[in-house]
Design a protein around this ligand. Sequence first.
Ligand code: SF4
Ligand code: SF4
Length: 97
Amino acid sequence: MATQGTVTFNRDICKGCGLCVTACATHLLVLDESEINRKGYHPVMITDPARCNGCANCALMCPDQGITVTQDRIAREGVVRGGAVRERVAGRQLVHA
Ligand code: SF4
Ligand code: SF4
């Protein structure tokens, strides 16, 4: 069974320290230089959400508890017409809030 993560950021409290960027082994996080938040920093963003595995390393590193991670267990249920694999969410858990 595969896992898929969903990460959300409180971009208003992010201070752009980059600790979460460094912590993501999949290199999915960057500071969003197109935006400046209320505190005057470039907040973090995720570049390719579909590749997040829900490990929560980013959330553990954030000194301001600005990241929430949930993890879905994805069940693959066989090949359907056209060769695509049917998938469904078999369970969801909050990994870090
Ligand atoms: S949960 Fe893991 S894979 Fe997803 S963005 Fe955070 S560190 Fe990267
Ligand atoms: S660790 Fe927290 S404060 Fe630092 S860049 Fe990431 S979300 Fe922002």
